[in-house]
Design a protein. Structure first.
Length: 36
């Protein structure tokens, strides 16, 4: 049960990290376009 919970937790963390990375990347892209 502990391993399954950890696996689910890892997937959740991965999803959150990917969401943050994607939003940060799009923000940087928008800022870069405005900069140039």
């Amino acid at each position: 049960a502990a391993l399954c919970h950890l696996g689910f937790h890892d997937l959740w963390i991965q999803k959150v990290v990917m969401t943050i990375v994607t939003s940060v990347r799009s923000t940087l892209l928008i800022n870069g376009k405005e900069g140039t």
